[in-house]
Design a binder for this molecule. Structure first.
Ligand code: ATP
Length: 771
């Protein structure tokens, strides 16, 4: 138990006081940052202080610096912007302002500051730290503070977190808020696309990003836009106007009825002249005769309620920030919390800031190669992937004829967001390399029916934003007739295979690989791209579709929680999908997942917690509560029985309702993150198939120009996945050891820690009395 007087921890030491402020432009997820920091700080026996209005609050002090308790951040997770306010504070840019800030920090006993903002805010915070001892000395000399007062504050701990919709910070893949902003952009571009299609119009869409083209590029990747302009990579030619019109004309000739051009607000040509949306519009009207409109998305891009990814990112990084405070020493440089793929990182803050500032310098010096390099390594890859999956008839990418493959593409399992986008990207990139892409419709039964046809560039147009499965998918695995499937591979001369799907796709690859000894037709490169909302495929932390699904669940839960809160004393048991994998269920007061099971004891503990919480809440100000229950967690404690038990045990103090989200969880349109991941991974899959084909070319005795492939090496049958900080291909035979084939899940569930964290932040052991 914590000491209630707030000065000492149970161990008798002075409690550390951690301040948190949000600064610079607001971004979705900043509230989730504050919530996580406050609650983790309290759970780690520290006091938490919210500093209102950014650095202005530090300079002015008084009521702008307030101790925050557990309950003060209730409901913060779902709210956009920043509830503790942000401001541009000129006073803090001066030493005089920072002197006042130092005085207020000491007076409030705050010895660590977590700042969430952009590079300016982090620079300001680090300056305060570097000047700290001088500022303290001056305050004592001026008599504003006594020596005794300052003695415990020999140095200031600073930890930086990056909140920015632009995703413009180096040394981190993503900043908090950028993905939500991308959600808003994609929704807008998807809507505009439908009207553009109806009227056969062109639209030029301006998005935010003065020095950073991330939003523009990712919006183009996600929506399948026809052309993009970003500051870091201006068009390479002087006459880019003609080049653009030529490219867009080519798409129109192939049958496209709409044209979408995305332009970052800081887009420039190679001589640093701005490229503006209205100028592009005039070009499209005058040179191409297209009915063209301009849409400037503006402040809509600030985002509103954060998407699932930003809530998770803000929470995980908030936890890491508090840990960094606790581990900090006077000698360690201030850290900045970042993320690399799926791994939370710490980097020296000022190094990241300097790298970021060099981007603008590199652009101003026309060193565009360096500007691209200074972004995270994926940025250049994503740009190349965008070009490779958008352009048509680009002969520079073609392989020699004898290296061109016949690539079969098949969807297996239930539909998942991003399957179509992955197929679109694979087809377009493969065609640009000279391969033939064969759609195998309706899974393995479709193959047995010879439901196989070639896909062209225009066939996959518009698939970026489409949910479901355009190829048709089902759960049938190849053991329905392995011999016949081998024959069909030969018949259609398939010499490389891309399987897109969930655990059934994984299991299919296990079978095809195991049958290589018997059927040489399977001795070809084969790769599985995991796509399932259940996120249960071994070899990857994320499968395509799980982000889309999480967003559906998060939005539904926000609505359910609002309803529960309106009736004040209501608990909802929400049933989510996921098969035997509990990943989707993470994120509420309590979660019941197959990995841990549910028992009478669990229910009793939760009922006790709910009784205590609602019982303490005499004024009925408390919000409703959610329990997320995975569909397969228990045959006995079904959703309705669980709710009945809670309702009865609530004894009138609270009531309980159920909500089964069902197939809505597949989502209608894929989330931007699923669309981006689909393109990145699909392009890597085609590269994988090429590499493993190339290493196993059999000089062909027949007249066919297409190569004969024989590859039975284990590395040539693999699963692509995001694993920690990396994207990796793992041979299927190696992954089998980590697989629970009976329950159809990976034995390693990396996200279990996340569940524990979510529960800690939602409830356990802490009430207003302790905060
Ligand atoms: P965004 O990416 O949204 O622009 P930012 O943090 O870079 O975010 P800025 O306006 O540059 O936004 O900085 C926010 C605040 O941080 C400033 O108003 C100022 O108070 C403080 N700040 C910025 N740069 C410095 C600096 N060099 N020294 C001291 N304080 C600074």
């Amino acid at each position: 138990p914590l000491k209630a007087d707030g000065t000492e921890s149970a161990s008798g030491k002075r409690r550390k006081r951690i301040g948190v402020l949000t600064s610079g432009g607001d971004s979705p997820g900043m509230n989730a940052v504050v919530r996580a920091i406050v609650r983790v700080a309290i759970s780690r026996e520290c006091d938490a202080y919210a500093i209102f209005e950014g650095f202005e609050g530090l300079v002015q002090g008084g009521n702008l610096i307030r101790k925050f308790g557990w309950g003060d951040v209730r409901g913060y997770l779902a709210i956009g912007g920043t509830l503790i306010g942000t401001a541009r504070c000129n006073a803090f840019r001066t030493r005089e302002g920072r002197l006042k800030a130092a005085c207020n920090l000491v007076k409030n006993g705050i010895d660590a500051l977590i700042v969430c903002g952009g590079d300016g805010s982090l620079t300001g915070a680090d300056t305060l730290r570097s000047e700290w001892s001088g500022l303290i000395e001056e305050l004592v000399k001026e008599g504003q503070l006594t020596q005794k007062e300052v003695t415990p504050f020999t140095h200031l701990i600073i930890v930086g977190m990056v909140g920015s919709i632009d995703n413009d910070m180096s040394s981190t893949d993503l900043t908090i808020g950028a993905v939500t902003s991308l959600h808003r952009i994609c929704e807008a571009v998807d809507s505009i696309s439908s009207t553009a299609l109806s009227h056969s119009r062109a639209f030029v869409i301006e998005v935010m990003g003065r020095y950073c083209g991330w939003l523009a590029l990712m919006a183009a990747v996600s929506t399948g836009a026809d052309f993009v302009f970003i500051p870091e990579r201006p068009p390479s030619t002087d006459d880019w106007e003609s080049e653009m019109c030529e490219v867009l004309g080519r798409y129109r000739k192939l049958g496209k009825r709409k044209t979408i051009v995305i332009v970052a607000e800081g887009a420039i040509d190679k001589h640093l002249n701005p490229i503006k949306a209205n100028y592009i519009k005039e070009l499209l009207i005058n040179r191409m005769g297209l009915d063209t409109r301009v849409t400037c998305l503006g402040h809509i891009q600030r985002g509103g309620s954060p998407c699932a990814y930003d809530r998770n990112l803000a929470t995980s990084q908030g936890v890491e920030a508090v840990e960094a405070v606790l581990e900090s020493t006077p000698d360690t440089p201030s850290p900045m919390i970042g993320i690399r793929e799926n791994k939370i990182t710490r980097q020296p803050l000022m190094k990241a800031v300097q790298l970021t500032q060099q981007v603008a310098i590199a652009i101003s010096e026309k060193d565009f190669r360096r500007a691209m390099e200074l972004r995270d390594p994926e940025f250049a890859d994503d740009y190349d992937a965008y070009i490779a999956t958008t352009t048509v008839d680009d002969y520079s990418m073609l392989l020699p004829e004898h290296q061109r493959l016949r690539i079969g593409i098949i969807h297996i399992g239930a539909p998942a967001g991003g399957m179509n986008q992955a197929t679109r990207a694979a087809v377009r990139f493969a065609l640009n390399r000279g391969h033939i892409t064969l759609a195998i419709q309706n899974g393995f039964p479709g193959l047995l029916d010879d439901n196989v046809h070639e896909l062209s560039w225009i066939d996959v147009d518009g698939w970026a934003a489409k949910g479901g499965s355009e190829l048709g998918t089902n759960r049938t695995e190849p053991d329905i007739d392995l011999g016949m499937i081998a024959y069909k591979f030969q018949k259609h001369r398939i010499n490389a295979l891309l399987l897109i799907g969930g655990f059934e796709a994984y299991a299919s690859l296990v079978m095809l690989n195991a049958a290589r000894d018997k059927y040489p037709a399977f001795c070809i490169p084969m790769v599985c791209l995991p796509a399932t909302i259940s996120n249960n495929v071994p070899g990857t932390d994320f499968s395509l579709g799980c982000d889309t699904s999480l967003n559906v669940i998060v939005e539904s839960c926000d609505a359910i929680k609002q309803s529960a809160s309106a009736s004040r004393r209501r608990v909802f048991v929400v049933e989510v999908q996921g098969g035997n994998c509990g990943y989707l269920a993470v994120g509420a007061t309590s979660t019941y997942i197959p990995e841990e099971g549910v028992s009478l004891k669990t229910l009793q503990a939760d009922i006790n917690h709910l009784t205590r919480r609602f019982g303490e809440d005499k004024k009925r100000t408390s919000s409703g509560r959610l329990i997320l229950r995975n569909e397969r967690v228990s045959d006995t404690y079904t959703t309705s029985l669980t709710a009945d038990i809670i309702q009865t045990e609530g004894r009138g103090l609270f009531d309980c309702r159920t909500c089964v989200l069902g197939h809505t969880q597949q989502g209608s349109s894929p989330s931007p993150l699923d669309r981006i991941r689909a393109v990145r991974l699909a392009v890597k899959c085609i590269n994988f198939l090429e590499n493993h084909a190339l290493s196993s070319l059999v000089l062909n005795e027949t007249s066919s120009t297409r190569p004969k492939i024989f590859n039975n090496q284990k590395e040539s049958a693999a699963v692509i996945g995001i694993l920690g900080a990396h994207v990796a291909f793992n041979p299927i035979v190696d992954l089998i050891q980590d697989t629970d084939m009976k329950n159809r899940v990976s034995k390693k569930a990396w996200w279990i820690d996340l569940k524990n964290l979510v529960e800690l932040l939602s409830k356990w052991g802490y009430t207003e009395d302790h905060s």
